[in-house]
Design a protein around this ligand. Structure first.
Ligand SMILES: Cc1ncc(COP(=O)(O)O)c(C=O)c1O
Length: 412
């Protein structure tokens, strides 16, 4: 068992004079390594494989322009306050199309799925509660959990996702988590998919031990093949939470996500959301609804994204093989936006690699950003969605130079 209460950033960096006036929670919030990094690379001639950004050229700009006119002229609703739970018609659409006919009442529209994660932690987790995460987890959820005072316990994962046998052993030895959080479908950062067998196993464990399972699922529409069965189909209904987003399927700037939760939990989420932002922007919600309701629009967009992303993922894999050979190992992604690469750095790690990589004009995200306790590793998250094939190849050439430099420094 590895209880790894993530060290608050204040433990490693003493607070600056202004931070001393901040609340403990604000100090513990830290800052995302990805955002710090993007801020650096944005001003320089760096090919970034770091962000999780859709390629700008693929955003549905013309369709959004059309939709704005339609939505705004249809009535005042798009520019008015709306219900905290979200626009009723959008909740119905999500329940029907994203959740195979779930009850629309149990769907809340959120300001991106990131807000749903925050609301869930605020609604369910008290300081000292145990939360299980994957040993390699979405950094945005770690940012939510760290200041919550939760005790994080990480469970290993492999190419089939979270190792549920390891979770079973922890439960048998007395672990009592409030919730288990995972992104089982084209995970960020590893790109892996939780196998059907493990989905069923996790569901049985939840039923036996009564913990809530949060399935964070923003990449479902970005599969190169049919998406897997939903985790919620295997988890008792009163313990199953699903979080989704239109950020990847339409555009992240609209900031429209959603959460589907059991009936006992939704009132808490609504109260908390009300205190944060009253409701998600009416204009954004109506834009999303206008787009997704156009006959064939979602399917056509998903097909275009699938074609583009699978070609880029394959190109990245080929470049890694060509320029890094055995120095790089990775799982072939089956969807999503990321390839998780383990580099042979002669004993070094990707925290050490990053400054060299930036010097050579390329950025990746070091594995430590996704580790609940910030442990350095020879892994890196590489985004294949943003750059075209030629830039991906050039980025890998640059990365290989940085890897060679670090290996030489380490005597490898
Ligand atoms: C696994 C996962 N969950 C949630 C989010 C948040 O997405 P958004 O708030 O844009 O819906 C992301 C964003 O990259 C993600 O990768």
């Amino acid at each position: 068992m590895r209880p790894t209460s993530a060290p608050p950033p204040s433990a490693t960096h003493p607070p600056s004079p202004s931070q001393r006036r901040w609340s403990r929670r604000a100090r513990a919030a830290g800052s995302s390594a990805i955002r710090d990094l993007l801020a650096v690379v944005a001003d320089r001639d760096v090919l970034s494989l770091a962000g999780g950004l859709p390629a700008t050229g693929t955003l549905p700009t013309d369709d959004v322009v059309d939709a704005v006119t339609r939505v705004v002229t249809r009535g005042a609703g798009a520019l008015q306050y709306g219900p905290t739970e979200g626009e009723p018609a959008l909740r119905r659409w999500i329940a029907q199309h994203e959740l195979d006919g779930a009850e629309p009442h149990d769907v809340i529209v959120t300001h991106g799925s990131q807000q749903a994660l925050r609301l869930l932690v605020d609604a369910l987790v008290d300081p000292g509660d145990t939360v299980v995460v994957e040993r390699t987890s979405y950094v945005g959820m770690l940012q939510v959990l760290t200041p919550s005072g939760a005790q994080l316990v990480d469970v290993g994962s492999d190419e089939h996702g979270m190792v549920t046998d390891e979770l079973e052993l922890l439960l048998a030895s007395g672990l009592r988590p409030t919730l288990v959080y995972l992104a089982p479908t084209f995970q960020n950062p590893t790109g892996t998919v939780l196998s059907g067998e493990r989905r069923r196993h996790l569901g049985r464990l939840a039923a036996q031990h009564g913990f809530v399972v949060v399935d964070d699922d923003p990449y479902r529409s970005l599969g190169f093949e049919e998406p897997p069965e939903r985790l919620r189909d295997h988890v008792p209904a009163d313990l199953a939470v699903t979080v989704g987003s239109f950020s990847k399927s339409i555009a992240p700037g609209l900031r429209v996500g959603w959460v589907h939760a059991p009936e006992w939990l939704t009132p808490a989420l609504v109260r908390l959301k009300q205190s944060v932002d009253l409701h998600t922007g009416s204009l954004s919600q109506r834009l999303v609804l206008d787009l997704v309701e156009r006959p064939g629009w979602c399917a056509a967009r998903a097909a275009r994204q699938r074609e583009l992303h699978s070609a880029r993922a394959a190109a990245l894999g080929a470049s890694l093989g060509r320029h890094l050979g055995d120095t790089a190992r990775f799982y072939e992604p089956r969807g999503g936006m990321f390839t998780w690469v383990r580099l042979d750095l002669a004993g070094g790690d990707t925290d050490e690699l990053l400054p060299l990589a930036i010097e050579h004009g390329v950025a990746v995200v070091p594995g430590s950003a996704f580790d609940p306790a910030g442990r350095a590793s020879p892994d890196a998250r590489v985004c294949f969605a943003t750059l075209d094939e030629a830039d991906l190849d050039e980025a890998v050439v640059r990365l290989s130079r940085a890897v060679a430099q670090l290996r030489a420094r380490r005597g490898g």
